[in-house]
Design a protein around this ligand. Structure first.
Ligand code: CAA
Length: 410
C-alpha cells in the first residue's frame, strides 16, 4: 500500500525547518546574496536546533534520522535560500563516504566531530580537468609506509574555506581508470593543504566555493575509506544518497518562485484585471505548481528507497534531473510573470533564477543524470536491486560483520 502521510515526527521537523527558513534565513537571504556573506550565524543556529547532520547515527552523536526527513529539511532550506541551504547541508555529502566506508575509529572521530560542534566538512571530488568524468582525476595518493601522500588540486568545493576536514578522492593506481581511485579523510590543518581560491558565483552567493590543493599532504593509512581502489563506487554510492536532498532543495526553490509569482499575479493589474485572470499567466502558474508537486514525489520516492535499504540510483537521478530542470524553468517563468520588474534586483525572483542554475550543474549535471537514467534502464537493472557493494558496505555501516565477507566486484 502506498501511503504518503508523514509521521508526526516528520511533520514536526518539517514545520521546524519551515519556521527557521522563514524567520532566520529569508529575512537576510537577499542581503547575504548581494554581498556573498558567509552565513556563520545561521549555521550555528541551525546546528543548535538540530537541522544539520541529521543523517549521523545515534552511536556517533547524531539523531540518525531517515533520508526522507533529511529531504523535508532540504526542501525548506531551498525555499528559504538555497545558497545558505547548501552551506547547511554540505556536511551530508562530505560525511556519507565516512558512514559508508570509514572504520569504527574514523566514524567516531569524524562523524562525532560534526555532532559535537557546528563544524563543517567538504567533499573533494571535482578537479579542473575532471568534472563529470570522475575517473579522469589526476590527484595522486602514494602509499609510503603507514601513510598515504596526497598531491593534487580539487575545485568547486562547497564550504572549502571553512571546512575542518575533507573527504578526498585520489588515484592510488593511475593505470586502472575508475578502479584505481581511493577515498580518504584529510584534516584541513594538515601540512600541505591550502585553500587557493574563493569563487565569485552567479548564484547561491552565500555559499562558499573554493579550490583546495594538497601538496605532499600526509594522511594516516587509517583514514582510507573503504578498500584501496574502491573509491569510485564509494563516490557513486555517496551521490545516490545525497542527490535526493539536492533535488529536494531544487523543489524548495521552485516552490518559492511559484509562491512569489502567484502572489504577484494576483496584485499586478493589466488590461483592467489582475494578470492572474489572463489565461496566459494562469496556465504558467498551473504548470509551475505541477512541476513542484511532481518533483516532490520523485524526491520522496528516491529517499524512501534508501530508507528501505534499497538501491536508489535510478530514482535519485530521476529526482535530481527533473527537480533541477524544473527549478530553472519555474524560476525563469516567475521572472516572466513579473515582466520587466522580474529582471530588477529590487524584486525577489531574479535571485531564484540565478540560484536555480547551479541545481542543474552540481552533484551531477542534468546531462549526467540522463546518462545514469539511460544506463540504468538500458542495462536492465532493477531499481531496487542490491549490489554486492551496497550489501557489504551497508552491513558494515550497520555493524554486521558477517555480511562484510560478501565479495565486492570491483
Ligand atoms: N553505485 C555503485 N556502483 C556504481 C554506481 C552506483 N550508483 N554507479 C556506477 N557504479 C559502478 C559500475 O557498476 C561500474 O562498476 P565496475 O567497475 O564493476 O564495472 C563502475 O562503477 C563504473 O561505472 P560507469 O562505467 O558507469 O562509470 P563512468 O566512468 O561511465 O561514470 C558517471 C559514470 C555516472 C558519469 C559518473 O562519473 C558520475 O556520476 N559523474 C558525475 C560526477 C558528479 O556528480 N560530480 C559532482 C561532484 S559533487 C559536487 O558537485 C559537490 C559540491 O561540493 C557542490
Amino acid at each position: 500500500m502506498v501511503d504518503l502521510t508523514l509521521t508526526d515526527e516528520q511533520q514536526d521537523l518539517r514545520e521546524l525547518a519551515h519556521s527557521f527558513a522563514e524567520k532566520d534565513i529569508r529575512k537576510v537571504a537577499w542581503d547575504y546574496d548581494k554581498d556573498g556573506t558567509w552565513p556563520q550565524d545561521i549555521i550555528e543556529k541551525a546546528w543548535e536546533i538540530g537541522l544539520m547532520n541529521t543523517h549521523i547515527a545515534e552511536e556517533y552523536g547524531g539523531p540518525g534520522l531517515d533520508f526522507l526527513s533529511g529531504c523535508l529539511i532540504e526542501e525548506e532550506m531551498g525555499w528559504g535560500c538555497s545558497g545558505i541551504g547548501t552551506s547547511l547541508m554540505a556536511n551530508g555529502l562530505a560525511s556519507a563516504p565516512i558512514t559508508l566506508g570509514g572504520s569504527e575509529e574514523t566514524k567516531k572521530k569524524y562523524l562525532g566531530m560534526l555532532a559535537e560542534a557546528p563544524k563543517l566538512a567538504s567533499f573533494c571530488l571535482t578537479e579542473p580537468d575532471a568534472g563529470s568524468d570522475v575517473s579522469g582525476m589526476k590527484t595522486r595518493a602514494v602509499k609510503q609506509g603507514d601513510k598515504y601522500v596526497l598531491t593534487g588540486s580539487k575545485c568547486f568545493i562547497t564550504n572549502g574555506s571553512y571546512a575542518d576536514y575533507f573527504t578526498v578522492y585520489a588515484k592510488t593506481d593511475p593505470e586502472a581508470g575508475h578502479r584505481g581511485i581511493s577515498a580518504f579523510v584529510v584534516d584541513a590543518d594538515s601540512p600541505g593543504v591550502s585553500v587557493d581560491k574563493k569563487e565569485d558565483k552567479m548564484g547561491q552567493r552565500a555559499s562558499n566555493t573554493a579550490t583546495i590543493s594538497f601538496s605532499d599532504t600526509e594522511v594516516p593509512e587509517g583514514n582510507l575509506l573503504g578498500e584501496e581502489n574502491h573509491g569510485f563506487k564509494l563516490a557513486m554510492m555517496t551521490l545516490d544518497r545525497t542527490r535526493p536532498g539536492v533535488a529536494a532543495m531544487a523543489v524548495g526553490i521552485g516552490k518559492a518562485a511559484l509562491e512569489f509569482a502567484s502572489d504577484y499575479s494576483k496584485e499586478r493589474v493589466q488590461f483592467g484585471v489582475p494578470i492572474a485572470m489572463h489565461q496566459a499567466v494562469a496556465f504558467m502558474i498551473a504548470d509551475m505548481a505541477t512541476k513542484v508537486e511532481a518533483g516532490r514525489l520523485l524526491v520522496w520516492q528516491s529517499a524512501v528507497l534508501l530508507d528501505q535499504g534499497k538501491r536508489n540510483t535510478l530514482a535519485a537521478s530521476h529526482a535530481k534531473r527533473f527537480s533541477a530542470d524544473s527549478a530553472m524553468e519555474i524560476a525563469t517563468d516567475a521572472v516572466q510573470v513579473y515582466g520587466g520588474y522580474g529582471f530588477i534586483k529590487e524584486y525577489p525572483v531574479e535571485k531564484l533564477m540565478r540560484d536555480a542554475k547551479i541545481m542543474q550543474l552540481y552533484e551531477g549535471t542534468s546531462q549526467i543524470q540522463r546518462l545514469v537514467i539511460a544506463k540504468e534502464l538500458l542495462m536492465g537493472r532493477q531499481a531496487d536491486e542490491e549490489t554486492p557493494e551496497h550489501k557489504a558496505l551497508k552491513a558494515k555501516e550497520n555493524g554486521k560483520a558477517e555480511t562484510e565477507k560478501e565479495p565486492a566486484t570491483a
